[in-house]
Ligand binder design. Structure first.
Ligand code: UGA
Length: 439
């Protein structure tokens, strides 16, 4: 078992740290944020992720996991250091590598024994070469180090499971020493390991995320056409899914993808392509379809109702997907301002509490519109003229069609996640609009 250090305690770093400890390694998670480190030391996970907090607590008790702001102490005698800090999007769509650079510099100034540095953050192809050069430029002690690429494929809401039972671990290295060490670190997970070059590993991450974004935009494009020709996208997707070459995942039509990954990684890959004199037209189309998809139901409802002024509008779900409190690139962030602009009286419900949303839009008036936070689905629906579903939380799914009919003033529902059967909504007397289905 190895002594590992992890730089950054966001989704990537913290989940990696806790799961490495779980399979027996000795891990120190490093973060510059003292409050965050104190919080983790008190046994609290700074992110909402099923199973993470108990995994953290168990491994701290077993003495295999610790948290620190002291990067020097953590890095100096580590066998391997994983970099899991953020790579946010710059205004031009490229990835901002400032955090990676500052960690690389700390590593260069701290390591006192031979060590493998592994980049887990999503970085443009070629970044690992730069990180290696950067560390070499600032290296203080005479030690051997190498840089490896090991992209992360976990999804928010199922991060621990996605790591413990990963479909594969991608290991991108340039030497046998690095390949053997990193393979050894991952052996205890007993999952498939794919060994490739560093640049291929970096590309696999973007190519995978962008392919999934393409898949979603493709099914949304077909869904929009289904509406026009009288076909049902769920039947179409099911029929397609039996072809093993297509598969049954990521074929749910709706109001598009959000989150911190697909929107950022599609733009980053297009930006990389442009820098190299190439246009990634497939990815460009996926991004365009997604932008349109986000406001599709708002536009339909706007046509049907003419104006939202003075209407009570129930909004169910604010986060970009269920099981997380993350709002990044969520459809709600585009639709709520549009509704407020037209004077809607919004009653929003999200089981995560969506604290950040209520900070951006505190309860009260916004121009001619207003927003109130409901503590459950029924409170949001009561006396509403229209309802929008943006996230398929269980609390929403468990609400029966009859409850919409009973509670709403006019049972008119725009479902961006295709939760309900069109027939059952009709039977309950609800005017129901969803995506890619006949209604
Ligand atoms: C995504 C990938 O799924 C992970 O493999 C990857 O590691 C991660 O990005 C990352 O790069 O860090 P995540 O963004 O957490 O994970 O969430 P997903 O479950 O992929 O969902 C993304 C968005 O696509 C959500 O808004 C979801 O509602 C939407 N989606 C997903 C659809 O609209 N239809 C589908 O069929 C599937």
């Amino acid at each position: 078992m190895y002594k590992l250090a992890i730089a950054g305690t966001g989704y990537v770093g913290l989940v990696a740290g806790a799961t490495f400890a779980e399979v027996g390694h000795h891990v120190t998670c490093v973060d510059v944020d003292e409050d965050k480190v104190e919080m983790m030391r008190a046994g609290i996970s700074p992110i909402y992720e099923e199973g993470l907090e108990s995994l953290m607590q168990r491994n701290v008790e077993l003495g295999r996991l610790s948290y620190s702001t002291d990067f020097k102490a953590a890095y100096q005698d580590a066998d391997a250091i994983f970099i899991g800090v953020g790579t946010p999007e710059r205004a031009d769509g490229s990835a901002d590598l400032t955090h990676i650079a500052s960690v690389a510099r700390q590593i260069a100034e701290s390591i006192e024994k031979d060590c493998l540095v592994i980049v887990k953050s999503t970085v443009p192809v070629g970044t690992n070469d730069k990180v290696e050069q950067f560390i070499r430029d600032f290296l203080v002690n005479d030690v051997h180090f190498e840089v490896a690429s090991n992209p992360e494929f976990l999804a928010q809401g199922s991060a621990v499971h996605d790591t413990m039972y990963a479909d594969r671990f991608i290991i991108g290295t340039e030497s046998e020493w690095a390949r053997n060490l990193l393979t050894d670190i991952y052996t205890s997970f007993h999952r498939p390991i794919v060994n490739v070059s560093r640049r291929s590993a970096e590309m696999i991450k973007y190519a995978s995320n962008d392919f999934l974004a393409l898949k979603i935009s493709y099914i949304n494009d077909i869904a929009n056409l289904c509406e026009l020709v009288g076909a049902d996208i769920q039947d179409v997707a099911e029929g397609m899914s039996y072809d093993a070459r297509i598969g049954d995942k990521f074929l749910n039509a709706g109001i598009g993808y959000g989150g911190s990954c697909f929107p950022k990684d599609t733009k980053a890959l297009m930006s990389l392509a442009r820098e190299n004199g190439y246009e990634l037209r497939t990815v460009q189309s996926a991004v365009e379809v997604n932008e349109q998809q986000k406001t599709k139901l708002f536009k339909e409802a706007n046509k049907r109702l003419i104006t939202f002024n003075g209407l009570k509008v129930a909004v169910l779900g604010l986060t970009f997907k269920p099981g997380t409190d993350d709002l990044r690139e969520a459809a709600s962030l585009v639709n709520v301002p549009l509704l407020l602009e037209q004077g809607a009286d919004i009653y929003a419900f999200d089981p995560s509490g969506a604290v950040r949303f209520s900070t951006m839009y505190p309860e009260g008036r916004f121009g001619i519109g207003a927003i109130t936070y409901a503590s459950n689905v029924e409170q949001a629906l009561l006396d509403a003229h229209v309802c929008f579903i943006f996230t398929e939380w269980d609390e929403v799914k468990l609400t029966t069609p009859e409850r919409y009919a009973e509670l709403m003033r006019t049972p008119l529902v725009y479902d961006g996640r295709n939760i309900y059967s069109v027939l059952e909504m009709e039977k309950a007397g609800v005017e129901y609009h969803s995506v890619g289905r006949f209604s």
